[in-house]
Write a protein that binds this ligand. Structure first.
Ligand code: T5A
Length: 215
């Protein structure tokens, strides 16, 4: 049995990660490939409790910036050990809605923590797990603003100012430039169908054609 593939989806708010993970899940199912979806923060019972603390101040006070980092990492450690690694070991593909590039973009480029310090802490949390492939779904701030404005309620991160979101978008693009083999930047401001086709093509070329699985 071959190990599963670990594919992460990253990008600013409303860039289409959830939408395209669902599309890819359907595509993989058509190819006879088992996959699961995860999200961060969250994806485990503990992680979902942490999500409430992080996004909606469920403890009655906002975490300070360092506590915010540690909460994201705690959620990730739980998810990696209890969900992601066991799935990959069984040959199941994991499609992750955010992983550690989000920490580097939001807490590094956004909040200003040194990326090197975050990388060390992240490696401790994940035991060094690295995605096989990362899609960075990129959208200009104007598109993000438009998609967010359609929501009835916004969480603590979505309510941050546009300057914060600009730093995060720039940070993601910088991370992609530093890891060109792993990270594929996809212009997610285009029609959904076009974006979907591009993602499928990358997955087909990277993983399916060599194994003869793609139809
Ligand atoms: N965070 C997370 C950190 O600060 N550090 C970390 O380490 C981690 C892991 C998570 C928050 O936590 C922060 C980042 C986040 O602020 P979340 O609720 O999971 O919060 O937020 P997001 O991951 O940003 O989820 P969103 O739902 O906001 O965005 P998605 O999943 O990227 O977007 P999606 O698919 O829901 O699409 C948004 C809208 O756009 C439409 C969809 O239909 C939907 O209405 N859409 C398109 N419309 C037109 N054309 C297309 N191509 C479209 N694609 C999608």
């Amino acid at each position: 049995m071959s190990a599963g593939r670990f594919i992460t989806f990253e990008g600013p708010e409303g860039s289409g990660k959830s939408t395209h993970i669902q599309e890819l899940e359907s595509f993989l199912a058509q190819q006879g490939i088992r996959s699961i979806r995860t999200r961060e923060p969250g994806g485990t019972k503990l992680g979902e409790r942490i999500r409430e603390l992080l996004q909606h101040d469920a403890a009655g006070e906002s975490p300070v910036a360092r506590a915010e980092v540690m909460l994201f990492l705690a959620s990730r450690a739980q998810l990696v050990e209890n969900v992601i690694r066991p799935a990959l070991a069984e040959g199941v593909w994991v499609l992750a809605d955010r992983f550690d590039d989000s920490t580097f973009a939001y807490q590094g480029y956004g909040r200003g923590f040194p990326i090197q310090e975050l990388r060390l802490a992240d490696t401790f949390a994940t035991g060094g797990l690295v995605p096989d492939l990362t899609f960075l779904l990129d959208v200009p701030l104007s598109v993000m603003r438009e998609r967010l404005s359609e929501r009835d309620t916004q969480d603590r991160f979505e309510r941050e100012g546009m300057e914060f979101h600009r730093k995060i978008r720039d940070g993601f693009l910088q991370l992609a430039a530093e890891s060109p083999d792993r990270m594929v930047v996809v212009d997610s401001s285009r029609a959904r169908e076009v974006v979907r086709a591009e993602i499928e093509e990358v997955v087909r070329t990277r993983f399916l054609l060599q194994s003869g699985a793609a139809t």
